[in-house]
Write a protein that binds this ligand. Structure first.
Ligand code: ADP
Ligand code: MG
Length: 478
């Protein structure tokens, strides 16, 4: 039997407001436990929530960026359940009437084709606190600093068909929320995480299979592994005569498997009802217009511009626009260089990305600034050094923090473009290798590479490659 996978993601993006969604408590990460929760966050009687306008503006930004409908009127609802880290006994969320509906986003599949993924809705809600199970023996600690932190829950249509597609979609949302400056995207700190709904069905069957929901995945790698494990599990289960039950599961990264957490609650278990403490959220046309006017250039637009104006491939443009900061770095290099966009792209995606990766740095923490990299590339373009020597110079720039010219000067790496100097080196190599010379002249063309290598060695790799080739051909043929 051939199986098809169906996946829908619910992504939680923590909105980058300074204060909470319904109170003035700060949202900064890493504070001492229970120092950033006030009476509203704790649900004391007699206090009232006040909606944070900045969180609303951020939700509108997301809606506009994904071509969604921004509801002129949406409603906050109480989702009721008991948990120690939820002192109010309910979470304020949006249910029947979310602020954002019917958006979409394009992802690029492995074969390079594009696929549009529908975004069913995005709604505003508050986060719960955190239960700390590790720090206390036989007890759980409760930290309510996170209670009331604003979240945008972004729900996709069940249109993803593999773990790879799910990861591509999640990365695209991650890129987008950071371009929009509405979420810092920090996955270790839990600012960006997702629940993956996974089901399988026989190829050709119209109805969806029963899904399992894998909760709280906070890395792209875990999303991919958890989904693939879940697909295998469900197929094996069904092929063995069993049936998938709808449930919530947890992914264990150490064991690489998903485990049941609880049976899935139905919406009516939560007894959703409109929160009587909050008025419906009304958004004026003018507010949406203002957000529209303040939109930055979005990743897809930027990538199209790189293709159009710089002549980059779709692939390169996609890589370079994956973060706003990387795109900006690249653009600065190109601006300083003038015209060599492809050269700049290759270096940013190659040597620079490699060095950043090796030292586990973000592009904003690069040891070689965009201006310094442009300085290095200028020396390739004006033939001061070859591309190969440039790699050596780059490494020195990275570790010593000096600019290209200083390193080229100090290490004497200037390319030899003086014809007579290259000729002298060639003649020297020829006289030291009479055997090879005779063989070459009797037709063994392959030895050309040997002579190039010898002259390069003799000149410390500094002979201009173009000149060397030309002069060597002439000299060798006598
Ligand atoms: P709930 O409110 O119970 O979380 P929703 O209907 O809002 O359920 O769907 C949640 C997510 O699950 C959405 O992303 C949706 O695309 C996805 N989904 C729904 N049905 C399936 C299914 N059969 N297989 C995989 N994903 C599904
Ligand atoms: Mg859900």
């Amino acid at each position: 039997m051939n199986w098809e996978t169906v996946i829908g993601l619910e992504i939680h993006a923590q909105l980058a407001t300074r204060s909470k969604i319904f109170s003035g408590s700060p949202t900064a990460f890493g504070a001492e436990p229970n120092t950033q929760a006030n009476l509203v966050d704790l649900g004391y009687p007699g206090v009232l929530p006040v909606l944070n306008a900045e969180a609303v503006r951020m939700a509108i930004r997301f809606g506009v960026a994904t071509g969604a409908k921004v509801a002129r009127r949406s409603v906050f609802a109480r989702k009721n359940y008991f948990y120690p880290d939820l002192p109010k006994g309910y979470q304020i969320s949006q249910y029947e009437r979310p602020v954002v509906e019917d958006g979409s986003l394009d992802i690029v599949l492995d074969d390079g084709t594009r696929k549009t993924i529908g975004i069913t809705r995005a709604h505003l809600e508050e986060d719960a606190g955190k239960s700390l199970h590790e720090d206390f023996h036989g007890l759980s600690g409760i930290d309510l600093n996170r209670a009331g932190t604003p979240l945008l829950e972004i729900v996709s249509e069940p249109e993803l068909r593999s773990a790879r597609e799910a990861v591509a979609y999640m990365k695209k949302i991650h890129t987008l929320v950071r371009y929009l400056d509405i979420c810092d995207g920090n996955m270790q700190e839990g600012s960006f995480r997702c629940d993956a709904n996974v089901s399988v069905r026989p190829v050709g069957q119209a109805e969806f299979g029963t899904r399992a929901e894998i909760k709280n995945l906070n890395s792209f790698r875990f999303v991919e592994r958890a989904i693939n494990y879940e697909i295998e599990r469900q197929i094996e289960l069904i092929e063995g005569g069993g049936t998938v039950v709808q449930e919530t599961r947890l992914y264990d990264p150490d064991k690489g498997e998903t485990r049941p957490m609880r049976s899935k609650e139905e919406a009516n278990d939560y007894r959703y009802f409109p929160d009587p403490d909050l008025l419906p959220l009304a958004i004026e046309e003018a507010t949406i217009d203002e957000v529209r006017r303040s939109m930055p250039e979005l990743p897809d637009e930027k990538a199209r511009r790189f293709v159009r104006e710089h002549g980059l491939s779709d692939y390169d443009a996609g890589v370079l626009t994956a973060s706003k900061e990387l795109a900006q770095y690249y653009e600065t290099v190109v601006a300083e260089l003038g015209s060599q966009a492809k050269l700049a792209a290759n270096w940013v995606m190659g040597d620079l990305a490699g060095a950043l990766n090796r030292d586990n740095l973000d592009v904003t923490q690069s040891r070689v600034s965009a201006g310094s990299l442009a300085g290095l590339l200028t020396r390739i373009v004006d033939d001061t050094i070859s591309g190969k020597i440039a790699k050596e110079v780059f490494e020195a720039m990275w570790s010593e923090g000096r600019d290209a010219d200083a390193i080229i000067e100090a290490k004497g790496l200037k390319q030899i473009t003086d014809t007579s100097a290259i000729e002298r080196a060639i003649e020297d190599v020829m006289s030291r290798n009479p055997g090879q010379l005779a063989e070459y002249r009797s037709g063994k063309d392959k030895l050309f590479g040997f002579f190039v290598g010898q002259v390069m060695k003799a000149t410390g790799g500094k002979a201009n490659p173009g000149q060397l080739n030309e002069l060597l051909k002439r000299k060798l043929s006598g």
